[in-house]
Design a protein around this ligand. Sequence first.
Ligand code: DGL
Length: 266
Amino acid sequence: MAEGREAPIGVFDSGVGGLSVLGEISRLLPAESLLYVADCGHIPYGEKSPAFIRERCAQVADFFLEQGAKALVLACNTATVAAVADLRERHPLWPIVGMEPAVKPAAAATRSGVVGVLATTGTLQSAKFAALLDRFANDVKVITQPCPGLVELIEAGDLHSPVLRELLAGYVQPLLDAGCDTLILGCTHYPFLKPLLSQMIPPTIILIDTGAAVARQLQRLLEKDQLLANGPARQAQFWTSASPEHFRNILPTLWKPSDIVRSFSR
Ligand code: DGL
């Protein structure tokens, strides 16, 4: 098993959304060996209870530890709000990077003073999100929009069908009508909708997601512990709790072709 700098990094999402974060990590840290678990058998996390999500995260974290992972990235806003505190308590010495909707940068970027947040129901209902608003959104108006249905369509490989377009427009248009000039993509699945979104919103609207910030935070933590890998670029490996074949088929659209897709059966 690889150790120290050469050990892998575990990256986790309820499904394919975390591939938007994996892309940022592999661009910034190409020498890292990346292990990705997609809990596709249990999507959408956005409609599940925090206790259920915590249990799934604990299972995945144990799996990554068995693989010798030197760090964990929760590439999922919904899993972070439900489980990051629990995971840090269980594994106090393990570098764990979570993610949450980018309220602070959005509050700094807006000129209209109205910010829209597209995220899952679970994220928007969480105490962690309420605390984020308390801390960073005092001077701006924040309008939240849960987006049930989007994750399922993206998981099916749909990034621009008429059904998806209509669903997305129903979520975004009220935010624009309310004066939002900045939209937070608060779920890691949504950056894959940027091409479609850019066809339905004015070019002046600012879209903010946190994938790149997560990659930089991971880099900082690894640097601090002298755990950054050196050497040539490595291929990522994938596990899914649903069909490996479906995941393999979707990878060329959301990532790049890969044969290293296995079944995750916990
Ligand atoms: N990708 C996840 C997030 O960032 C949630 C998707 C789901 O509902 O399973 O919130």
